[in-house]
Ligand binder design. Sequence first.
Ligand code: NDP
Length: 256
Amino acid sequence: MTGSDSHTRRMVVTGASSGIGAAAVHRFVAEGFEVHAVARRAERLAGLSAATGCATHVLDVTDTDGVVALAGELGPIDVLVNNAGLGRMDAPLATGSLSDITRTIETNVTALMVMTMAFLPPMIERRCGHIVNIGSMAGLYPLSSATYGASKAAVNRFSMNLRIELRGTGVRVTEICPGRVATEFYDVAISDPQRRAASKDSGVQEITAEELADAIHYAVQVPAHVNINRIELQPTEQTYGGMSFDTVIPEGEDIA
Ligand code: NDP
């Protein structure tokens, strides 16, 4: 059996109203999937549905009852893409706000785990299914945001341990760990317009949301007996997990 069975495959994508999630919806609808797009901004989802034909669900993923209700309503799905997430990077931990900590952890960690828990049982019962978690380079390597890095490190270990818990069930778990992707991430992360503009201008060619969707697609379409554990990808000119970017050193100039 391959990842492309004859039945119409059903997928849920969280955080589908912009960036990586929206690109994934476009990509998988084009591949013939029945895609259920989840986010809070109804108008964005309406536009996405008009453009792609995806089903939409206006939902805050931190609303546990809403998540459980959605899983009950949809029944068995083939792929869950846990993509909804954010960073809050106005200040370091010492001078930051408690609400930034709770919002980040509740969205990036708790909601991702609850969403997974809600959709897993039918996957296990049917002996097939795929959980795709969008982690981050920040979860694997040091980066200048303690809270965001901690949340994504949790996604990393959750994904690895879940894979062990699910051994023998036929259910696959993949973590995708991007470096910088050109999305609205920094519009949410940084409140001050000047700092935001500076953060968004990395000066290098960033990964596009569509390229990220290609990576998700690769992990999903491999034969069902193959589990892509983790994909790390970042702009060529970005250092590991780094917030610093180096443009290509001109030919003839010394690297050191
Ligand atoms: P965007 O800000 O463009 O997209 C984030 C998405 O998450 C939006 O659709 C937003 O929808 C949704 N979201 C946020 N909070 C909630 C919530 N409580 N309930 C439902 N949906 C929510 O950023 P990206 O596309 O870049 O981010 C996608 C993922 O990729 C995140 O997990 C992020 O951490 C990760 N990532 C991004 C990187 C980058 O450089 N861009 C690098 C590494 C990882 P709405 O506001 O409508 O609810």
